[in-house]
Design a protein around this ligand. Structure first.
Ligand code: NAD
Length: 331
């Protein structure tokens, strides 16, 4: 019998070092193109609900024949956790060699999720937002909001950001930390209208079930990334904003199964299925157009797709091996 196999364990700190945002944005572009060209195997994720604990788990497998890797992410989302000083989202990712099924790595998935979700919005912003975008409005001051703003700074010359959260203390902590980390001016907005004034790019990363701003507060020409809602009854964007926007999604099937931001306007008769103009991967491939003029309102709706976890984990492991990060564990 052979020696016991080893796999690499990457902590949250290892994942952050192994997955810089600008590289993650490029990795996401390739992953979404692979997805839209049907070159990856990504079943719709399984939701396991635990209503007695106001929580649930998503089980997210993906296989990429291109990279010969298979991954499985298990991600939990528990509503009461922030009040208990625990993260709303916790996750682990396993990565396997798809040629023989050998496990290669286990990584802390909360940080990986935040980076890959920011990077997806970064890719969409790079493909859809005005090139001179300099002001961001951020809704939500949680973990995802941090990497959303980091990604905006990676793809556009962002100078200022304004954050609105229903919890002003969280917004204040976010503004302080993000200003220091990103070297830009981040301020707290007391209202949604003040957050949106002059914004070129808008990111929503909340747990809200209702729109977080009013349609008449959104200027034409801006670009919206909405990542918070992932169930049919959850939404962040006003239906009239959705109806007047050029809409791009991460994956059509997943969006129509999970994105309340699209499902509810469709049920209300405000939009039809053709209103979603493209998947992000089609913009990357150049098979569908993006922004056509400065006045166009563009909207990227993401629910989060397992191919993102696979691509991020594959990149993180390759970089960790180069940099000597992580801990080798004997199986
Ligand atoms: N699309 C993706 O790929 C993806 C990936 C990860 C997480 N998510 C989703 O993003 C959302 C945020 O995740 P997180 O980890 O940052 O959660 P979090 O709990 O850390 O932060 C959410 C923030 O939203 C704020 N909020 C809630 N309702 C609001 C409202 N109406 N107006 C303003 N602020 C409001 C909360 O006060 C909180 O600060 C979740 O719904 C999560 O499921 C999406």
């Amino acid at each position: 019998m052979n020696d016991p196999k080893t796999l690499r364990f990457l902590s949250a700190a290892d994942v952050r070092r192994a997955l810089p945002m600008s590289e993650a944005v490029e990795v996401m572009k390739c992953a979404f193109q692979e997805l839209s060209e049907n070159r990856a195997v990504v079943p719709l994720r399984t939701h396991v609900t635990m209503p007695e604990h106001q929580g649930g788990v998503l089980v997210m497998p993906a296989h990429s024949p291109d990279s010969a890797r298979f991954s499985l992410k298990v991600i939990s989302l528990f509503e009461n956790n922030p009040a208990l000083n625990l993260p709303f989202i916790q996750a682990m990712v396993m990565l396997f060699d798809a040629t023989n099924g050998t496990p290669l790595a286990i990584m802390e998935g909360t940080s990986l999720t935040a980076i890959r979700s920011g990077a997806a919005s970064g890719a969409a912003t790079d493909l859809l937002a005005k090139v001179n975008s300099s002001k961001v409005a951020i809704f939500g001051a949680g973990l995802q909001a941090r990497t959303q703003l980091e990604a905006m700074c990676a793809v556009r010359p962002i100078r200022t950001a304004s954050v609105f959260d229903q919890d002003p203390q969280r917004a204040a902590a976010f503004a302080r930390d993000a200003s220091a980390e990103l070297g830009i001016c981040v301020t707290v907005a007391p209202t949604s209208a003040e957050a949106l004034a002059g914004a070129d790019v808008i990111c929503t990363a909340t747990t809200s079930a209702t729109p977080v701003f009013a349609d008449d507060e959104v200027a034409s020409g801006s670009h919206i990334n909405a990542i918070g809602s992932y169930k049919p009854h959850m939404r962040e964007i006003p239906p009239l904003t959705v109806a007047r926007a050029y809409v791009v999604v991460d994956q059509l099937d997943a969006a129509w199964a999970e994105a309340g931001d699209l499902i509810m306007p469709m049920q209300a008769g405000l939009i039809h299925s053709g209103h979603v103009r493209a998947e992000l991967g089609e913009l990357v491939a150049g098979t569908k157009p993006g922004r056509s003029d400065e006045q166009m309102l563009t909207f990227f709706k993401s629910v989060g797709i397992a191919i993102q976890d696979l691509a991020a984990a594959t990149c993180a492991l390759a970089n960790a091996e180069k940099l000597g990060l992580g801990t080798e564990v004997k199986l």
